[in-house]
Design a protein around this ligand. Sequence first.
Ligand code: MSP
Length: 508
Amino acid sequence: MSNKYYISTAIAYTSGKPHIGNTYEIVLADAIARYKRLCGYDVYFQTGTDEHGEKIEQKAADNNLTPQEYVDNVSKEIKNIWDVMETSYDKFVRTTDKKHQKIVQDIFKKLYDQGDIYKGEYKGLYCTPCESFWTPTQAVNNICPDCGREVYETTEEAYFLRLSKYQDRLIDYINSHPDFITPESRKNEMLNNFLLPGLQDLCVSRTSFKWGIPVTFDDKHVIYVWLDALSNYITNIGYDVVKPSETFQKLWPADLHLVGKDIIRFHTIYWPIILMALNLELPKTVFGHPWLLFGNDKMSKSKGNIMYADDLVAKYGVDAIRYYVLHEIPYASDGSITEELIVSRTNADLANVLGNLVNRTISMAWKYFDGYIYKSKSNDDLDQELIECVESLEKKVHQKMEEIKVGDALDEIFVCLRRCNKYIDETTPWTLYKEQKEERLKEVLYNLLESIRVCTVLLQPFINSTCQKIFLQLNTNDQDLSSIKTFGKLEDKHRLNKPEVLFVRHEI
Ligand code: MSP
């Protein structure tokens, strides 16, 4: 059986620099991808940029650039932020890529030839920033239900995708595949708000602007940006309307499409219907993650509350920011970010719990045994409690990661790290030293160091750079899951490297 795992993020709009909210998604995907790799999966992790549409055409003009120049700049900026966040994507795709454009054109033509796309006329309320048409019931008082801006009445000759034809099949599919849409609340929202009331056919071309992929057989039209963007998930892994490649056969269907809650509708209604029309399997899971808010507010330029990942990383370090966003956004409800919150979370968890534990323990090993550690047999109840906490950790983390509850997985690891700190307070190694209880002191330090190693193995997907620093201080290559199956992998008479501070405390 293949153990491939294909995970994707939404592709980010190149309308401007992404804020920390958009950046959250790539970090979340990265943590999942790294975790799956740790578990031995052959992971393919895809991300990239969504580069067409009217808004981008306008932005380019405002900046006196061609659209291509404009998206080249922004796409580079986005990729740079993904790199600053140390995300381990395998492929960064761009919708202006020639090969992608050609396949999207082929997809459009195929769907037209088989009657799933037809030509008609669109009359409706159009939201330019969202590039979406709305019905009067959706756009109450001429306000776009997605972004809250004004919509305008427009009539356009357009091509349409026959959603209605696939609607019942999709409802059946959703009902018979409980893992397809998560969380459950999103699934109910899709069924009750969109599918059960009945779908209107989707307008899939535009004539009002030029910056898009042309329809080959009707060059007045460009392909609707969502049809173009959604196809990225297959065009970049070797899909072809005539003969999909072997890579495609291996990777498709995707195991997880990670997207924000605002675009779950596109991924669980339009995208599955496009795939059904192409006679392809549907992705196994679409997870609509919650949002990161500034305090309780949506981040926006007009409110002046936008935070950027690269600025935050320059100030607090990459792992503080990775940890913050991964820990602070629950599975199903929005999370919040402010600098005060970042500082208090970093101080409380990373500096006081993790950093302090590692530093104290390694310093003691140097102070008492010149950096050597000794394995000894222990039967103490306190030891057993600590060891049980550490030995059961992998299973607990695994369970949370399977449920995509990444913040909860981190919490489990920190329960163990706190347990280790408590163990220091309970065993008071400095007293053991004073009282010359050398055997017991060796035992205590060994238990602590091995517990730190196990926690570090499991922390790698989330804060990898820090983990590499800890492994260096522990002077160990035992970093994979097989090394934590049983407690006690660190060798007797092993020598550590010198301690170094992992996190500095910040003032608010
Ligand atoms: N280009 C489309 C996606 C096409 S996928 C075929 C798009 N781009 S986006 O740049 O606006 O958003 C990228 C991702 O960031 C989306 O999944 C979106 O939900 C997510 N987020 C945008 N703001 C966010 C927060 N404040 N918090 C968390 N995620 C946020 O949509």
